[in-house]
Design a protein around this ligand. Structure first.
Ligand SMILES: [Fe+2]
Length: 216
């Protein structure tokens, strides 16, 4: 058996809460990250998430694979992800978030791949593959984290001031007082997507509330 280990450390000018927000936003995986092609959630609670991920393999993007991904929030400063992926190779990724100063965080990601049998022959490929994967994910997440921090600094607070229903956002259909009923205001053409968005927002709100109830 061989264990390939790769530690990558980076510093980012955002708070540790913003870093954690990005890691706990599981829905963004297949939307923001080009390498993830699908993410199906099997189970989640305030501490763990179990999901099935589909992804493209670094350097061999024509190859797709699935993995079973178990994510544990051990604390707001330590996250651990257990993954059973390509060729059944298990991996453990440990993420440590450390506040250097206000809005200056250090993130240490330690990847460990456990290679058995013939998969040990792949060992020399892993450090470069991990590096490339990590760099791409980092670059794709970076604008999200910077924008989030900027919005918080400008006074934005989650779910404050946002109407919770579509009716509150667009108003009820109305009739004129003269009896000649005016055409009820038509639902916007993108109503179904707004409904979906509203559902997602509700789900996000519940999920974030669960996660952040353990934050303080
Ligand atoms: Fe991400």
């Amino acid at each position: 058996m061989k264990i390939v280990e790769k530690k990558i450390q980076r510093v980012i000018p955002v708070s540790t809460a913003t870093v954690l927000w990005n890691y706990l936003d599981f829905e963004h995986l297949s939307v923001v990250h080009k390498n993830y092609t699908n993410a199906e959630f099997i189970y989640e609670d305030e501490h763990v998430v179990l999901e099935m991920l589909s992804f493209k393999i670094p350097f061999f993007s024509f190859l797709h694979s699935n993995s079973l991904h178990f994510f544990v929030k051990k604390s707001p400063q330590e996250l651990v992800a257990f993954n059973l992926g390509l060729f059944g190779i298990p991996s453990i990724t440990r993420i440590q978030i450390h506040e250097l100063e206000q809005q200056q965080s250090e993130i240490t990601v330690t990847h460990r791949f456990i290679l058995r049998g013939w998969t040990q022959l792949l060992a020399p490929l892993f450090p470069k593959m991990i590096e490339r994967w990590n760099k791409q994910v980092w670059n794709e997440d970076l604008p999200l984290k910077l924008r989030r921090q900027q919005m918080l600094n400008w006074g934005f607070r989650d779910f404050i001031g946002l109407p919770s229903t579509l009716e509150e956002r667009y108003g009820q259909p109305t009739a004129t007082s003269e009896g000649s009923s005016k055409e009820p205001s038509k639902a916007p053409p993108h109503a179904s997507s707004l409904r979906l968005e509203s559902t997602i927002l509700r789900k996000e709100r519940q999920l974030l509330a669960k996660f952040f109830s353990h934050w303080d």
